[in-house]
Design a protein. Structure first.
Length: 382
């Protein structure tokens, strides 16, 4: 059990697959609404943050349940993903399951119901033989990496470095709201939910927040998406911490947060991209790579949901694929257009079922954290 992972495409040996056990719902507060604001903007507006307060919701938090059937089907699909990877010869590690009666967690001036360690790509960045726990932006996910502590300890005991970026306080005023307040991005949606952040005795100003899924790993080079000041502070820390070891390339507002449903490297010289315009947002040395752009998502590939079902991702979530090596890619079996596109590019596609990716905010890349691949800290850019 050794930690060695520098990219997303060389032969995969070990991986952590997240857990969907006891995913009961979402704590909707400022942090949740802000993080998901682009996809919530089309949702009906009676959840808006000030209206929760006006309705007597106390600390302006609302529990939003997810139907049991969806949770059960999600669990089935995640377990099938883990089995598929094991069948392909990959060693699969798992986080601790969230207890069904897990206590609420609390910070300075807030509390939240914890979520299971499902989208484990978000709160951890693996760079070579180093585990970096990244600073979360959603209160309910503040202790999520504790469910991975047993796996991380195993890697630490065999020589890995284990680092934690500074943890934010996550008071209302910790957040740079400029991106979400831009009418061009929010379409007038959840701006109500973040218009009135409340002061707290624990305020320290804008804090660093940066998810591992904002980082595209290419050996020595890291492409990091920045949409606002919280991200920028996180990248400042990352650059100082990695000085002399990695080159950090900043891209500006490629997405609100994560970029792994915008662009993924399938092999050196080849990207899977949401649209060809992504090329112009990338660092200059990477614009000459081949950009594979699949057809637009088929609306019929997604389940139909009721008004009260909270959709957290765009229809492009199926671009969130997982490579087993430079020739083999796990793809949602429902995304036939993407499958045909990759097969035409001579990739071997392993179709895996994932029904409710839009309800739970992640695809196969989100649900996994590759901890051992054959590739080294190569220079794919110079």
């Amino acid at each position: 059990m050794r930690l060695h992972s520098h990219d997303d495409f060389t032969p995969l040996r070990e991986i952590i697959v997240g857990s969907a056990a006891h995913y009961g719902g979402h704590d909707r507060d400022l942090t949740f609404e802000l993080f998901h604001h682009e996809n919530l903007s089309g949702f009906r507006s009676d959840w808006a943050y000030p209206r929760l307060a006006q309705a007597g919701a106390g600390t302006r938090r609302q529990k939003w349940a997810v139907k049991d059937r969806y949770v059960e089907e999600l669990h089935e699909d995640v377990e099938a993903l883990a089995s598929t990877l094991a069948d392909l010869g990959v060693t699969v590690h798992r986080p601790l399951p969230l207890p069904p009666d897990a206590d609420r967690i609390a910070g300075l001036g807030w509390e939240a119901a914890p979520t299971p360690a499902l989208n484990i790509r978000d709160n951890t960045l693996i760079l070579g033989a180093e585990i970096i726990e990244t600073p979360p932006a959603i209160r309910s996910r503040y202790l999520e990496t504790r469910l991975l502590a047993a796996v991380f300890t195993g890697y630490f005991e065999t020589g890995a470095t284990w680092t934690t970026m500074p943890r934010p306080t996550l008071s209302d005023t910790s957040f740079d709201l400029s991106y979400a307040r831009d009418a061009a991005t929010t379409l007038g949606g959840p701006t109500e939910a973040i218009r009135d952040p409340q002061p707290s005795p624990y305020d320290v100003g804008y804090e660093m927040m940066l998810d591992g899924a904002q980082v595209l790993r290419l050996g020595r080079d890291l492409v990091v998406n920045i949409a606002q000041s919280n991200h920028q502070q996180g990248v400042h820390w990352l650059e100082r911490h990695l000085a002399g070891r990695y080159r950090v390339h900043r891209v500006w507002r490629m997405a609100d947060n994560h970029i792994d449903s915008m662009i993924l490297a399938l092999r050196p010289g080849v990207f899977l991209a949401r649209h060809d315009g992504i090329r112009d947002l990338m660092p200059e040395p990477l614009r000459s790579w081949r950009y594979i752009v699949p057809p637009e998502p088929d609306p019929g590939a997604f389940p139909g949901y009721d008004d009260e079902d909270l959709v957290l991702t765009s229809p492009y979530i199926d671009l969130n694929v997982l490579s087993v090596d430079e020739h083999t890619v796990l793809v949602n079996k429902e995304c036939t257009g993407l499958i045909k596109t990759l097969e035409a590019e001579c990739f071997t596609v392993v179709p895996v079922r994932h029904r409710h990716r839009r309800l739970f905010g992640g695809g196969f890349h989100c649900f996994t954290l590759d901890t051992c691949r054959d590739g080294g800290c190569e220079d794919y850019v110079s």
